[in-house]
Design a protein. Structure first.
Length: 219
């Protein structure tokens, strides 16, 4: 006979079941198309059980997103471990490897990427919700920035831009690629995206230097 769960254990189990059901419902119907009633039915609970765990649908989605960020952080940590174990591979190759890693991961889970974009647009119209989303997004950026910093440290080169800016560049390209792939899965192949990301830092550094020289001449 299985031991009876304590109340905290039962609450934790219910939360995990609701999150799993929410992920399925959101991926199947989109953020706006999925309702808390559908999520409760998917989990096998009443809507009251869902409300005992989450305040509303946005709160539920953000919890799901936080879970996803933790999974991505673990994935990035494994990438860094492999990179360090390999003794580094130079900045260009390292950035290409990172771009390929991120892009392949996004393409393998394309529906999730589109779901996040849908929620981001929704949150952008709600200042408080946007603030909460931005806090989670900064954690994503920080995780990618740590990988970028490791690539430059392994190569012994200073980054032309801050690792945070380079991480934002990589994620910006990745987000745009999601939308393009939603229209045509064959556009912007992984190899091309990797080349663009790897080439961008030096290009931006050159543009910045040109801008500084022009400002000095005007002054």
């Amino acid at each position: 006979m299985s031991p009876r769960l304590t109340r905290p254990e039962r609450s934790q189990r219910n939360r995990a079941l609701v999150l799993a059901a929410a992920r399925r419902a959101f991926l199947a119907r989109g953020y706006h198309g999925a309702s808390l009633e559908q999520i409760a039915d998917e989990a096998g609970f009443s809507k009251g059980v869902v409300y005992s765990q989450f305040e509303n649908k946005a709160d539920l989605f953000l919890a799901l997103l936080e879970q996803r960020i933790e999974e991505r952080a673990a994935d990035n940590a494994r990438f860094v471990e492999a990179l360090v174990a390999d003794g580094g591979c130079g900045v260009d190759r390292g950035l290409r490897a990172l771009a390929e890693h991120v892009t392949r991961r996004e393409r393998a889970d394309a529906e999730w990427g589109l779901l996040v974009i849908e929620f981001r647009v929704h949150a952008a119209r709600d200042p408080e919700l946007n603030r909460r989303y931005a806090g989670l997004h900064e954690r994503t950026l920080a995780g990618v920035a740590r990988v970028v910093a490791t690539i430059y440290e392994q190569a012994g080169d200073p980054p032309p831009l801050s690792p945070a800016d380079l991480a934002r560049l990589l994620l910006t390209v990745s987000s745009g690629a999601r939308l393009e792939h939603a229209t045509n899965a064959e556009v912007l192949p992984v190899a091309l995206l990797a080349e663009l990301v790897a080439a961008a830092p030096s290009s931006l550094e050159t543009a910045s230097a040109i801008g500084r020289r022009k400002r000095r001449r005007v002054a």
